[in-house]
Design a protein. Structure first.
Length: 132
């Protein structure tokens, strides 16, 4: 079994209630992005996150399309470094560093800079070879 397939076969390892709430509130209802996610009885949103963020999208991800992941730029005023990897949901994240087909783009948005749409970001972020 390849390393990637072993990683893919790993179980979720979350308690059932936690997994159910995660899927319902963060995935289906998108409560965090909408500012409805409750932590200690208070709603929180991505804009409440102050440290710099490193966000990863995979070019052919069928679960989290990269343009949807890229939208995180518009949910926070903080510094966001976004990397777009070549590959899908698994191979875009877990890949050997010397894999001959791996490529990525990376660019940082700093507070106060104009936001780019995904196409403008793609044009501005130069392609690089290797694994991010």
């Amino acid at each position: 079994m390849t390393t990637l397939m072993a990683w893919n076969a790993d179980a979720t390892r979350m308690p059932a209630r936690m997994h159910s709430e995660y899927l319902r509130h963060l995935f289906l209802d998108n409560d965090f992005a909408a500012g409805r996610w409750m932590v200690e009885h208070r709603p929180v949103s991505p804009n409440d996150i102050r440290p710099p963020l490193f966000v990863v999208g995979a070019g052919t991800d069928h679960v989290s399309p990269w343009r949807s992941v890229f939208a995180f730029h518009h949910l926070t005023e903080g510094k966001v470094t976004f990397v777009l990897t070549h590959g899908g949901h698994h191979a875009g994240i877990v890949s050997l560093p010397d894999h001959p087909q791996r490529r990525y783009r990376i660019r940082t948005h700093r507070p106060g800079e104009a936001h780019l749409d995904p196409d403008a970001w793609l044009a501005a972020a130069e392609p690089r070879t290797g694994s991010w």
